[in-house]
Design a protein around this ligand. Structure first.
Ligand SMILES: [Zn+2]
Length: 307
């Protein structure tokens, strides 16, 4: 696979420091405005801003290792299967809604090693994977042929405005719940007018979740959660900075940012619980309200308003 960055991808990229255009010279991407130099590692542009907060990188790296090694205890297999189903549900819905869009630029932000995104591949579409961790991108590029991948931080997306026809992001925004408004604003900026947004996130109103995430003060919830996972010796405890997000708040922020046709789609899968609690969820979710608002994941679709 080529070690240089495709011209199609280079045209979408911008300097994470100043927003200038980038040009490839001698295995580096150089900013035409501020002359900053960015490395290309095995064909992956590393577009990190100089002042990036690297404190989350170690925890994200651990998460990445877990993703690459799907083996787990028997007790975890039900939950893992539900995670897998949740991704299939998400990508099937994206595929269906994008059926009429034959060409354009598609991006998956916080893509990890999720290969579901590759199913959107069609003649005339450019697919771009974006993640903090180059190792995960290497896996997608080398093992699954996703040529256009970019490493950087969601706090400073290195893309020109109005670049993408479709932006997908799964389970990312709860990692940035303190900063969610800015994050969604940056999604809005890089989408073309009329471009589609597909978000999935962990639902603060989830049936086995809301009494903790909605009713308890956040710092107390964080402390109790760490204590619980410490005692249980969980193999995949949530990072300290993660917090489920409210579908209502996310919808409100999107509306204020000028997104239109905002719609919430419930996913049927319910990870992180065992089969017994799953049966309770399935029984209760015969009620439309439970099914729509108290599922584990919510999916929000929206379109950037045309000014
Ligand atoms: Zn620059």
């Amino acid at each position: 696979m080529s070690e240089s960055v495709s011209s199609k991808l280079t045209a979408l990229l911008s300097c994470p420091e100043c927003g200038g255009s980038l040009e490839e010279k001698e295995h580096f991407l150089i900013c035409e405005a501020c002359d900053r130099k960015y490395e290309i590692e095995e064909g992956i542009p590393l577009l990190y801003p100089g002042d990036m907060d690297k404190s989350h990188m170690e925890e994200e790296e651990n998460l990445g290792d877990i993703m690459k090694d799907p083996a787990g205890s028997m007790g975890e297999s039900f939950s893992k299967e539900q995670w897998k189903i949740s991704k299939e549900e998400f990508w099937n819905r994206v595929k269906k809604q994008c059926d009429g869009t034959t060409t354009g630029n598609f991006i998956n932000i916080g893509c990890g090693i999720d290969i579901g995104f590759l199913e959107l591949s069609r003649e005339g579409r450019t697919l771009v994977g974006f993640d903090l961790m180059p190792d995960l991108l290497k896996f997608l590029r080398e093992k699954h042929g996703l040529n256009n991948v970019v490493a950087g931080t969601a706090h400073s997306l290195p893309f020109h405005k109005d670049s993408f026809d479709c932006l997908c992001s799964i389970d990312l925004i709860h990692h940035e719940w303190e900063n969610i408004h800015n994050l969604l604003h940056s999604f809005q900026k890089i989408l073309k007018p009329g471009g589609r947004l597909f978000l999935e996130d962990i639902n603060a109103w989830g049936l086995f979740q809301f009494y903790k995430s909605i009713l308890l003060p956040k710092p107390l919830h964080g402390k109790l959660r760490s204590l619980y996972h410490g005692m249980k010796k969980s193999s995949e405890p949530p990072a300290e900075y993660e917090f489920p997000t409210s579908v209502f708040r996310t919808g409100r922020i999107l509306r204020n940012l000028g997104f239109r046709s905002i719609s919430v789609t419930p996913l049927n899968s319910y990870p992180n619980i065992g089969p017994a609690r799953y049966r309770i969820y399935k029984t209760l979710s015969k009620s439309k309200c439970i099914q729509k608002y108290h599922n584990f994941h919510y999916m929000i679709t929206a379109r950037k308003g045309v000014l």
